[in-house]
Design a protein around this ligand. Structure first.
Ligand code: SAM
Length: 269
């Protein structure tokens, strides 16, 4: 049995793999594996991006928390997300247009051909795909109702998606903003950087979710702008039965932070 090992700051995760299905080496090293127990697995630059086993946990929280927190969500921008999972979830809502800005064409092509989690999202007539750096795209794009950032770790090509100027640009380009913000436990340097840089956003709040195949399984997200719990139950009615993980109770409880995390967020105001 072969093992894929991801190490992080003295911890690690081992996933038994049957075989490597596909590989591309462009601006990032993109690999797809068939695992023994968790379905297919996407790895970019040696970091697990998703497994079929728990990608719905992540993509449903990343997308339905902001989408169900805002009054109007007709025009949506997804930055990153080349695997199609976030796009699939956005299209469960009554959206008019979704723009996906992905820097690495290889991710889309490998995932379309071998992973197939997007359920046809890439071909949906409401979707526009742009192959570009998300930070650069923001400089001259239109306004959106919701911006969702589904980037890789804040190193390499993802780094611009965690900078202060990125959040400054997002501030004027959307009503509600949401981004994955790494592990608040074992990636404190990334998480703190994200907290500090995103403090320019109005009403910036943190929520958490358990994503078993991410480092130490506890993952964080930031949401900002005109988000409000009051829309959640009504909006959930439109996607009832279409989620594997997300529901209003999970939504509300995601914002109930433990003391140590509350203090981290307070200190980064
Ligand atoms: N769920 C994963 C996580 O939380 O780590 C992220 C998955 S998704 C595959 C990350 C995507 O972000 C990749 O396809 C990568 O190519 C894309 N990406 C990284 N930096 C980017 C940038 N500056 N602009 C647009 N897309 C970017």
């Amino acid at each position: 049995m072969e093992w894929f090992v991801e190490r992080y700051n003295g911890s690690g995760l081992m996933i038994a793999v049957k075989k490597k299905i596909a590989f591309a080496d462009g601006i990032q090293k993109v690999e797809l594996y068939e695992t023994q127990s968790f379905g297919k697995m996407l790895v970019i630059d040696g970091k697990i991006q998703l497994t079929e086993f728990d990608e719905p946990f992540y993509h449903e929280m990343l997308v339905h928390v902001p989408m169900n927190s805002c009054k109007k969500a007709k025009k949506v921008l997804v930055i990153g997300g080349g695997d199609g999972g976030a796009l699939r979830e956005v299209l469960k809502h009554e959206v008019e247009k979704v723009t996906l800005v992905e820097i690495d064409r290889n991710v889309i092509e490998l995932c379309k051909e071998h992973l197939k989690i997007e359920n046809g999202a890439f071909e949906d007539p409401r979707v526009e795909i742009v192959i570009e750096d998300g930070r650069k795209f923001l400089e001259s794009c239109e306004k959106f109702d919701v911006i969702i950032v589904d980037g890789t770790d804040p190193v390499g090509v993802s780094d611009p998606l965690f900078g202060k100027e990125f959040f400054e640009l997002c501030k004027d380009k959307c009503s509600v903003f949401c981004s994955q913000s790494q592990s608040p436990l074992i990636q404190k340097e990334y998480f703190r950087k994200m907290l500090l840089n995103s403090s320019v956003l109005e009403n910036r709040t943190v929520f958490i979710a358990t994503i078993p195949t991410y480092p130490m399984a506890l993952w964080s997200f930031i949401i900002a702008g005109e988000h409000d719990f009051r829309y959640v139950r009504r909006k959930f009615k439109k996607i009832t039965g279409k989620t594997k993980h997300y529901n209003p109770e999970v939504h509300f409880s995601a914002f109930m932070l433990p003391e140590w995390l509350k203090k981290e967020v307070e200190n980064a105001k």
